[in-house]
Design a protein around this ligand. Structure first.
Ligand code: HEC
Ligand code: HEC
Length: 204
């Protein structure tokens, strides 16, 4: 009886500590993330590498925000995103390992993103998107992905995933829902044409 109570108290204590530590984002260590990160470049580090089915180009990660990379990886691990390979890649990673590998991948950077992207004329179709993704496709906050320079096919794929519900996000699902196939095409073409993200090339 007494023993059970101690165990219960212990569990409550551990849960409270986890809750507290969970609210502070883990600091990523790029050097620690390198060991895992190099294996990722087998797909993400090859220019134009394609996902077999459905067929689309693997997303560029060079210049992407580290915080967004973390959110994306946790999304695969925790069931918000469904891609089988990426679910397998992230299934066994701890929050700390995810922060480390995100810091490693973000360390590759992109000159276009570092320079703040291009000056572009306001694009009417993208007016609502600009508030978060930036007029020139360089996102305005670390938890929002940069879209500039991303593969056109991947942007189409991502928007369609929000539209058909296979990728869920409280912000993007309602943003994508009213888009038509034509809107998706036009927006993907626009963002992919801007200077920004790059393939994180694998060093020889
Ligand atoms: C076999 C090829 C392959 C490997 C290996 C791979 N990825 Fe991916 N990755 C993909 C594909 C394909 C997608 C797009 C999946 C989708 O539809 O969501 C993706 C998506 C991502 C995304 C989301 C990008 C975005 O813009 O939302 C991140 C982040 C990512 N991968 C990181 C990693 C990391 C970190 C590793 C190594 C631990 C890794 N990937 C290994 C193929 C791969
Ligand atoms: C209020 C802020 C906000 C607005 C407005 C917004 N987005 Fe997003 N967008 C986000 C966030 C946050 C994510 C990441 C969601 C997730 O984790 O799936 C995202 C993700 C995306 C992605 C996936 C990127 C990737 O690398 O996988 C695309 C494509 C995208 N948005 C396009 C658009 C378009 C097009 C519009 C306008 C119709 C738009 N967004 C409006 C915040 C916003």
């Amino acid at each position: 009886m007494k023993y059970q109570l101690i165990i219960k108290t212990k569990i409550a204590f551990v849960a409270a500590v986890l809750l507290l530590s969970g609210s502070a984002a883990a600091e990523g260590d790029a050097a620690a993330g390198a060991a895992i990160g190099y294996s990722c470049l087998g797909c993400h580090g090859i220019e134009g590498y394609r996902n077999a089915y459905p067929s689309f180009r693997v997303p560029k990660l060079g210049g992407q925000k580290a915080t967004y990379l973390e959110i994306a990886l946790r999304g695969y691990r925790d069931g918000m995103r469904e891609h089988p390979t990426m679910v397998a890649q992230s299934a066994s990673l701890t929050d700390q390992q995810i922060a480390d590998v995100a810091a490693f991948l973000a360390s590759f950077g992109s000159e276009a993103v570092d320079a703040g992207g291009a000056q572009v004329e306001p694009f009417a179709k993208a007016a609502t998107c600009n508030a978060c993704h930036g007029q020139n496709g360089i996102s305005l906050a670390p938890n929002w992905p940069t879209l500039a320079g991303q593969h056109e096919e991947y942007l189409v794929h991502a928007l369609n995933q929000y539209r058909d519900g296979s990728r869920k996000d409280p912000v993007m699902s309602p943003m994508a829902a009213p888009l038509t196939d034509e809107d998706v095409k036009i927006l993907a073409k626009f963002y992919s044409s801007l200077p920004g993200l790059e393939t994180t090339l694998k060093a020889d």
